[in-house]
Design a protein around this ligand. Structure first.
Ligand code: GAL
Length: 638
């Protein structure tokens, strides 16, 4: 597989006289791809039904003349103002009931059928015009589904859609009452029309009601995407792509990507560190100009799974962004390192956002590869370097990992609905496992919760997955390696009730969870071999082997054959101890990467990346700050 670079470009932002020179410089920098048009609806259709394609034709031609391949975006994340006159009720409604306003982007509710029809129309017009255009090599559908908290909308359209979704699912109101347990608090309904959305209730709404609303909302994103993918499929055979985001969990990305050919994601390591890191000020300060050493890698592995092996970075941070609480510049070397981390994880393309910094509007403080005055900004030199390096190393393969981590969007929703203790976040639980695995130098696959075959792995971890579905259950029954489950694994039925025979409901169950506790920050339950459990602890009954106990002698990690159940949320030390010994058992090589170094293998190469603020040693070789080096792997290792 060829690895390539690209950039996001907005011809509509610049005088046409600049386009040819921009295109020439892009090609000269070694770029292959240019993504355009995803926000240009107001220029494609300035008035209802009045289409203007000439400028876009000329932009595509200019870029293509320079040798660039165009990825064309459908513009549906930025509906023009006139659409709002047509559909005043298309705006998303926030959980507190207020309607969100026009004046930025993503001002639409996925459930609004009239708006959906207009999205279908603009997509059709574009598909008819450019579907067979040989200069267009791919399509991006919409832009960042769910960004700005838009997946969940509490509009009238959402309610109508939800009621129909419930009627389709349950068929009878009695079945719904039963599944939700509505006898509780006299919440029984007589018919579907009586049901409302679960926001703004006096006390907590029923968790089953919430979970169904989360499922419904997720399905709306998949349906919305499918409207466009169906139209495009009928007109083009080039790949369909969406640019997903990091820590974006409000809809099931596996379901949306089922209608796409390539998953891509937008990687802003410094902005995300500020926005998402759960590890506190000291950690953020240490990695402020490099980004969290595991966060990008996690998403690379996630989106490789979402894209069924095919994935890109559609937007890569080149310099300071504008939207985080603090916006530092990357250390020199980091844009190159980020690109190589992505390629090492199997990215087909890394595209930088954006070509030239815009001097106007919301993102005027967001760096590009060029300054607003068109001079080179620092990252373009690193892009050129990567382009040169790719000539030597264009085919580095991806590795078949021996270790897999299950990621389940429904479990995110389940534990947001019922954290049971402040801060119980499924994403953080999974990410703690991921980080501990990376610190052991492991290359990891992330797998979907309906994964039907685990036979290529030796070790599979599935903490926190609320309910194990049929495919995974079968895959686990057939699996010969080590399984790590818990806490909270298999702890609910699909309807969000406690299972009749108590948790965990899973193959090779080795204990019964009798009650659970959530723990305040700072409360630690020390483990006999070091480390501790925090956030969450479960009391169990078991007659199986205790792999690890608490210092007071009660069981913490239970094992039966090759299945391990964790009765709490282990800290990093405990997790690494456990994972290291399970890897030994499965003869998987581990390392000790306690500082800023990280390693990722492909079939042919080992990439060593330094995220730390100091130079570090790897096997006798110094790796400079913000540097990435690689070694050829011997065939035996590869
Ligand atoms: C992304 C988005 C881009 C741009 C960028 C700025 O979320 O897709 O359009 O806003 O962030 O960092």
């Amino acid at each position: 597989m060829q690895r390539t670079l690209g950039v996001c470009y907005y011809p509509e932002h610049w005088p046409e006289s600049m386009w040819a020179e921009d295109a020439r410089r892009m090609a000269e920098a070694g770029l292959t791809w240019v993504r355009i048009a995803e926000f240009a609806w107001s220029r494609m259709e300035p008035k209802p039904g009045q289409y203007e394609w000439d400028w876009l034709d000329r932009a595509i031609e200019t870029l293509s003349q320079a040798g660039l391949k165009v990825v064309l975006g459908t513009p549906t994340s930025t509906p023009p103002r006139w659409l709002l006159d047509k559909w005043p009720d298309m705006l998303p409604v926030a959980q507190d009931g207020h309607t969100r306003k026009y004046g930025s982007r993503r001002h639409y509710c996925y459930s609004h059928r009239g708006f959906r029809d207009d999205c279908a129309l603009i997509t059709l017009k574009m598909a008819e015009r450019y579907g067979k255009d040989p200069r267009v090599h791919g399509w991006q559908l919409d832009n960042e589904y769910g960004n700005h908290n838009t997946t969940l909308s509490y509009s009238k359209a959402a309610r109508e859609g939800f009621l129909q979704w419930l009627a389709d699912k349950y068929k009878t109101i009695d079945a719904l009452n039963e599944a939700w347990g509505n006898v509780f608090w006299s919440m029984e309904y007589d018919n579907f029309d009586q049901i409302d959305l679960p926001n703004q209730t006096v006390a907590d709404a029923n968790p089953s009601h919430w979970l169904d609303f989360r499922r419904y909302s997720s399905d709306q994103v998949a349906d919305f995407n499918r409207v466009q993918s169906d139209i495009l499929r009928a007109h083009t055979s080039t790949p369909l792509i969406h640019n997903f985001m990091s820590k974006s969990t409000d809809f099931d990305h596996f379901k949306v990507a089922a209608d796409l050919d390539i998953a891509s994601w937008d990687s802003y390591p410094l902005g995300y560190l500020e926005k998402h890191s759960a590890l506190g000020e000291e950690w953020i300060a240490r990695y402020a100009q490099q980004g969290d050493p595991d966060f990008q890698a996690f998403h690379h592995d996630l989106y490789r799974a979402v894209g069924r092996g095919r994935w890109w970075i559609m937007e890569q941070q080149p310099g300071p962004v504008n939207w985080a609480v603090y916006n530092p510049a990357p250390l020199p070397g980091m844009p190159r390192l980020w690109a190589w981390e992505a390629f090492a994880h199997g990215a087909e393309a890394v595209c930088f956002f954006r070509w030239r910094q815009a001097p106007f509007a919301q993102e005027q403080m967001h760096a590009g590869l060029l300054r607003p005055d068109s001079a080179d900004a620092p990252a373009i030199h690193e892009v050129k370097q990567v382009a040169q390096e790719l000539k030597q190393l264009s085919k580095a393969g991806t590795v078949q990992a021996k270790v897999a981590l299950v990621f389940d969007y429904q479990s995110v929703w389940a534990w947001q609905i019922q954290p049971q203790g402040k801060g119980f976040e499924y994403f953080n639980l999974i990410f703690d496992f991921y980080r501990a695995m990376r610190r052991l130098g492991l290359s990891i696959d992330i797998v979907a919760p309906d994964c039907a075959d685990l036979s290529q792995y030796k070790l599979v971890a599935m903490p926190g997955i609320m309910h194990i579905g049929k495919h995974l259950e079968k895959a686990l029954e057939d699996f010969k390696g080590t399984v790590i489950a818990g806490p909270r694994t298999g702890s609910k039925t699909e309807d969000f009730q406690i299972p009749a025979n108590l948790p965990p409901v899973m193959p090779d169950r080795n204990c019964t969870v009798t009650y659970v506790e959530s723990l305040r920050p700072g409360v630690k339950r020390p483990l006999a071999s070091g480390g501790f459990v925090h956030h969450w602890a479960e009391a169990i009954e078991t007659d199986q082997d205790v792999l690890e106990g608490y210092t007071d002698g009660t069981p913490a990690f239970i094992s039966k054959d090759k299945t391990v159940y964790l009765t709490g949320w282990p800290d990093d030390t405990a997790l690494q101890n456990l994972l290291r010994s399970m890897c030994q058992r499965e003869t998987i090589e581990t390392m000790d990467l306690s500082g800023g170094l990280r390693v990722r293998d492909t079939d042919t190469h080992r990439f060593i990346l330094n995220y730390g603020p100091d130079a570090e040693e790897f096997e006798g070789q110094s790796v400079a700050v913000a540097d990435v080096i690689w070694k050829t792997l011997s065939p035996a290792k590869a």
